[in-house]
Design a protein around this ligand. Sequence first.
Ligand code: NAD
Length: 476
Amino acid sequence: MSASPNNTKVVVLGAGPGGYAAAFHAADLGLDVTLIDRRAKPGGVCLYEGCIPSKTLLHTARLIHEARDAADWGIDFGQPKIDLDQLRKHSAGVVTKLTGGLGALSKQRKINYLVGDAAFADPTHVTVSSNGDTQTIECDNAIVATGSRVATIPIAPDSPRVMDSTDALMIPDIPKSLLIVGGGYIGLEMGCVYSALGAQVTVVEMLPELLPGADRDLVAHLHKRLNKDFKQILTSTKVVEMTDTGDAIAVKLSGVDVEPEQTFDKALIAVGRRPNTENIGLDEAGVELDAKGFITVDINRRTNVPNLFAIGDVAGEPMLAHKAAHEGRVAAQTIAGDPAAFDPNAIPAVVFTDPELAWCGHTEATARAAGIPHKVANFPWAASGRATTLDRNDGLTKLIIDPHSERIIGVGIVGVHAGEMLSESVLAIEMGALVSDMAMTIHPHPTLSETIMEAADVFFGHSAHYIPRQPRTRKS
Ligand code: NAD
């Protein structure tokens, strides 16, 4: 039950997926909401230069790969002809459609949407500056949702040949050779896009493995496929020097068995993101940061200043849109006087590469590191009928299970459409589902989601389609 409509004035700084979710929810709860952003419509990095354009391009990349693979299935589409102008126009059209929709939803909720740079003057006043004009808004509560920006490396030269993710999403051209520094979410997703479009992609990752947060057996499937699609994947490797030679980017690399001097047409730096906590008057408001530079928040996303809240990328890892949106709802509910807490058992993560990699709850690595007893039940997609019909047996579904309670405490999936499959696992973990619940839940056949049920069957030694080397027999 929400609080009755009141005149509480809430200002939300930043209209990304965290900020607009917070503002929309606060308005739905009857609060008087002002939402401030530099852009004319809500959406933030996610819609304008992140999740949405990258997923639009990744869909195109998938299509190119499927058309190529279709030759083996008896349909030869020939070489794709790529019209970059049309591709950019299509991607921009998707962004315009979605941000326009959000603008309309904001208006329908009678939110006061202001365009400009927002900053606290003190805990109850926010200034909004635009084109030399400044206005001051009074508020009872405010929610900081100013997001994050791309990080860079000091050795990267200021050159049009060196891109960040925003530049890369514009697809200014298709370089013959592309160096990607960073083997995380952005590096690998954009690597998939550019390699499908025809670039020879080299990924340099300083750590020994790609995607450090995910389990190694899942990443291994992705790595195997990317080894075919990319020219080189250089792990445990550092870029020590980077120079624009006028017609190329020359780099010096330090790593084992790595050609130490290489040149590329272009480079993309994808080494993480930094929270946007500067120039928004946090000092004036008295808001504290933690040692990593994130705003300190409690379970309600309240900062050390009682009327101020922070959500999304400024309030800590993981920097994911869906985490920000949920935090936004919690902050809005708390301000409205409703009971609320941000205390999830599982935050889903999806890397939209080909194949996709998705996980939630504990990974095997986090369970091991925390000393949590666990068993793992794997179902390889080589045994999945649906994966075989798609000619995509390169996948694995794994459950992490508490051996005492037999609760599912984590799920990891690598394979096509893994991201679309993940939500039932998040629900299972949030509901405290037992592995037997998953095994007894009838999944439609033939689907990839059956692999989750079959992984549960593997735990009991009952999988119809897969017999592990050492089948586990159920304890009585
Ligand atoms: P990331 O943290 O995922 O990956 C950065 C990688 O760069 C890491 O593996 C790190 O070890 C490596 N690295 C750092 N410095 C390096 C150096 N000097 N040389 C070589 N490697 C180096 O960061 P990202 O890919 O930039 O993405 C930023 C954030 O944006 C992510 O953490 C994620 O939260 C978010 N994001 C999410 C999605 C999604 O949900 N699908 C997609 C894109 C981005």
